[in-house]
Design a protein. Structure first.
Length: 407
């Protein structure tokens, strides 16, 4: 499929505008990093992240102040919303820092401190009773089996195991993990008034529920951060070697510089919009490296073909022609990829939001850098390496190097 025919855009003549735009984005990103740094996720900085669902609009300022008074001053609280889950409108993510000297016991203590603070701010802790909204199905089943509110006798075990699972499932699936009255469980088969009264006597109903807890030690986080950097560098080094063998070292250098450009700009956007850098984001960056490199190689391969076919044209004209010839392919592949990751960003939920954001920015910047950064670098090198003379196509044996092709 070809969208454009007979395109004749002077891309190399506009190279200074591409470079200017890139410099602007790099400077803005660098300024953001210097001013507010990068927001590292739990994977890299270490600590504990607690996801909480509230029954009301989160009073973030009150919770933050109460946590500070409880000794958790360096705490980040972020509201998160999953478009696919309407109940998530009241979800918050509480991030606690963990020092190198602290271990799992400290993480558990901090988690309990957060729970105590939430009870203090939100209320709902009734005389020390366990909170039904934070009780698992097995614990509910064990209580019902012991209490036997339905007088089932010998058959109580299996029946109450099923009832405990059904009650917890109804709470989580029908009421978003939080119920405010045990009457809300009346739709569960077997949940008679006698059973719900027994639950009300045993459990309280808090105004929040812990949806998940993640803990990573600071040492592990440091190791993961180092490994992520080396994984990216190894990928770039391998691609540089491949392109140097397949084409010529200047092509490989230009492609790697363009990919570095893409990664730096993407990280700058992460700093600007305060998205956290996590392992999934590193996966997105490595995907971006391969995607951008592939698009660049397509253009370089067409340049190599045209060096043989367009012997009378100057090298910048050959590069322009090559970009124009691959423009339809670029728009088709990049456009469809962009639509896919854009939908993932808008509808994929909070868990995938940072990953999708990296892909959205990366697809745009990676596509642009192939013709706006990598190609002009090769043209600039050929111009100064050849003393300003125009470079022309050569024989089939001379296709690897622009400098050789001129002879």
């Amino acid at each position: 499929m070809e969208f454009f025919r007979g395109v004749n855009v002077d891309w190399m003549g506009k190279a200074k505008y591409f470079v200017g735009l890139s410099l602007l984005l790099l400077v803005v990103g660098a300024a953001s990093v210097l001013k507010q740094g990068m927001a590292y996720g739990i994977d890299f900085r270490g600590g504990t992240v607690i996801t909480v669902r509230l029954a009301q609009t989160p009073p973030v300022a009150e919770i933050r102040a109460a946590l500070s008074q409880a000794g958790l001053a360096n705490t980040s609280i972020q509201q998160i919303v999953d478009p696919s889950d309407p109940a998530s409108k009241n979800d918050i993510r509480i991030s606690l820092e963990q020092k190198a000297s602290e271990g799992e016991a400290s993480a558990d203590a901090d988690r309990q401190t957060v729970v105590n603070v939430l009870y203090k701010v939100l209320g709902g802790d009734a005389q020390g009773k366990p909170d039904f909204n934070m009780t698992g199905a097995s614990a509910v089943s064990a209580f019902l089996t012991q209490k036997d509110p339905l007088s089932l006798g010998a058959t109580a075990g299996d029946r109450y195991t099923q009832l405990g699972q059904a009650l917890a499932s109804a709470r989580d699936s029908q009421h978003g993990g939080i119920i405010t009255s045990f009457d809300q469980l009346s739709s569960v088969p077997g949940a008679t008034s006698t059973l719900t009264n027994a639950l009300a006597g045993q459990y309280s109903l808090g105004k929040f529920a812990i949806r998940g807890t993640e803990t990573v030690g600071p040492t592990v986080g440091k190791q993961l951060r180092s490994q992520a950097v080396w994984a990216t560098l190894y990928a770039l080094g391998g691609m540089l070697i491949y392109i140097a063998i397949r084409f010529e070292w200047v092509y490989g250098a230009a492609a790697v510089i363009a990919v570095f450009h893409d990664v730096l700009i993407t990280l700058g956007f992460f700093s600007l919009f305060r998205y956290e850098i996590s392992l999934t984001v590193i996966a997105a960056l490595l995907t971006l490296v391969g995607y951008s490199m592939n698009d660049t190689i397509v253009i370089f391969d067409r340049v190599r073909e045209n060096l043989r076919l367009m012997r009378r044209e100057s090298f910048p004209e050959i590069v322009n022609k090559s970009i124009n010839q691959t423009l339809s392919r670029t728009i088709l592949t990049s456009g469809l990829t962009f639509l896919t990751v854009a939908v993932l960003f808008l509808l994929g939920g909070q868990v995938l939001r940072a990953f999708a954001f990296a892909m959205v920015v990366g697809v745009v910047v990676g596509t642009y850098s192939s013709f706006g950064i990598a190609a002009p670098i090769v043209v600039l090198w050929s111009k100064y390496h050849s003393g300003g003379a125009a470079m022309r196509g050569g024989s089939a044996a001379d296709l690897r190097s622009p400098a050789v092709a001129r002879r």
